[in-house]
Design a protein around this ligand. Sequence first.
Ligand SMILES: Cc1cc2nc3c(=O)[nH]c(=O)nc-3n(C[C@H](O)[C@H](O)[C@H](O)COP(=O)(O)O)c2cc1C
Length: 360
Amino acid sequence: MLFEPYTLRGLTLRNRLVVSPMCQYSSADGFASDWHLVHLGSRAVGGAGLVFTEASAVEARGRISPEDLGIYKDEHVEKLAQITRFIKAQGAVPGMQIAHAGRKGSTRRPWESPPGTVSPAEGGWIPVGPTTEPFAPNYPVPTALDEREIATILRAYADAARRALAAGFEIAELHFAHGYLVHEFYSPLSNTRTDRYGGSFENRIRLALEIAAAFRAVWPEDRPLFARISSTDWTPGGWDIEASVELAKRLAAAGVDLIDCSSGGNVADARIPMEPLYQVPFAERIRRDAKVPTGAVGLITTPEQCEAILQRRQADLILMAREFLRDPYFPLSAAGELDAEISWPKQYERAKPARRAVSS
Ligand SMILES: Cc1cc2nc3c(=O)[nH]c(=O)nc-3n(C[C@H](O)[C@H](O)[C@H](O)COP(=O)(O)O)c2cc1C
C-alpha cells in the first residue's frame, strides 16, 4: 500500500511517502540556493512520491528567520524552476509549502547563538500578529494586523500561488500550523481580537478560509492543495481536535484536498506527549469525522509503521521529516524491507538488492 500510487485531482504520486517541509535556513532575501537543489533533489532521487520545500514566505516579514525561503518576488521563480525540473525528472512531484510566520518571525536560525530575536538593525523586522502579544518573553513584540493589512496578505497569497505555478510546483500546502500567523488567528489563546477576525470560532477561522479561497482562485483546478494544521494546542482552553474537525470540513469546502495533521507550536510551555506516532490519531479522527483525506506526520520512522498507518486507514499519505534527513533514500530501502516494487534511478541500479523470494 505504501508503494501504491495515490491520485488527487489531476495528479498521481508514485507512492505515499512525502518529504515533510523542513526549513533549511539557507536563503538570502528568500532566494533558493544550490543547497535546496541538492537537498530536495536528493530526496527525489531517493524515491519519495512528493517532495515539499520548506515553509516559503509570502512576504519578507512573513519569514521565520532572515535566511528562510521566500516566494514574495517574481525573481524567486527562476531558481525554484530549476529545482522543480530536477525533482520531476526523477519521477517525484514537487510541492511548495506556503507560509507566513506571523508573530514568530524575525528569529535566529537554530544553530546560531545566542538564540532569539534578530533586531531590525541586524536585518530583522517587526513581525505581525493578531494582537501585540508576543509568542514568548524572548520573542519580538508584534504589531497587530488591521483589516487593510489582512487584505494585503490575502493578495500576497494569491501572488505566491501565481509564482509557485510559474516555478513548476504541482502541489501546494498552506502552512496553517505551529503557531505561525494563521494558527495565531484560529487559536483562542493567541487571538483576543474583537473585530470580525476574532472572538467566535467563525471569526477566528475566517483568515484560514479567506487564504484558502484566495489561493485556490489562482491555483489550477487539476492541482491538489493541502493545508497543514495544528490539530491541538495541547493546552486547556486552547484549540483542540473537535475544532480541527470542523475547520477541516470548512477548508475542504474552500477547495483544500488534504489535511496534513500536525500539532502544537502556539504555546511555548505546552506539555506535548511526544512518542512514536503521537499525532497519527489526529489524522485518523479528521479523516473519519470530516471525511477529508489526511496526511500523518510526527515520529514515524519505520517502513512497518508507515504501512500499518495506511492499512488501518488512519491516513492517506505519510509525511516524514527527520528520518528523511538521516536517510534520503528511505523509500528505496523501505521498498526492499516491505518487498514492494520501486524503480531505482538508473544511475544507482547496480546497487539495488535482489528481491526476496516470496514464500508461499
Ligand atoms: C529541520 C526541521 C525543519 C522544519 N521545518 C518545517 C517547516 O518549514 N514547515 C513545517 O510545517 N514543519 C517543519 N518542521 C516540522 C516537520 O515537517 C515535521 O512535522 C516534524 O519534524 C515531525 O516529523 P518527524 O518526526 O518525521 O521529524 C521542521 C522539522 C525539522 C526537523
